[in-house]
Design a protein. Structure first.
Length: 138
């Protein structure tokens, strides 16, 4: 099903196995997503050319949200008086853990699928400082 969704988003035969999450990312964060889908080839996917097509974005990681937000605000010229409350504010809307053992959520087949179909997205994220490592619990 995900391959059909990605194919509909990409608008072609999706010969480079662009996954649904990658297709959504391109639609949301690239300046001209339809044009990008038209020029997806091995050279483009393996080059750094995509950096020029990517909109100006800064990611805040959920696990370090307050710290990342403070760092971003500081780079944008906010003073510590303006963002100190973020450091000291109690956590709200904190997600409760649903699973004690999260390893049961992944299978080898699922990991291989994600690695194959979302590799371009992982490359983009790594370029932006987010380097996800494959789970080692299997």
């Amino acid at each position: 099903m995900n391959k059909l969704i990605a194919k509909a988003r990409v608008g072609s035969d999706n010969m480079y196995n662009i996954g649904n999450q990658t297709a959504q990312f391109i639609q949301m964060f690239f300046r001209r997503p339809k044009e990008i889908f038209g020029k997806l080839d091995e050279r483009y996917l393996s080059s750094q050319d995509y950096v020029n097509d990517l909109g100006e974005i800064h990611f805040l990681r959920q696990e370090s949200l307050a710290e990342d937000l403070v760092a971003l605000l500081a780079t944008e010229g906010f003073t510590s008086d303006e963002f100190n409350f973020i450091k000291n504010h109690r956590k709200v809307n904190k997600t409760r853990q649903r699973y004690v053992d999260r390893t049961s959520l992944w299978t080898e087949k699922a990991l291989e699928y994600v690695e194959e179909n979302e590799s371009f997205l992982f490359r983009i994220l790594k370029n932006k400082g987010i380097d996800y490592q494959r789970p080692t619990f299997l």
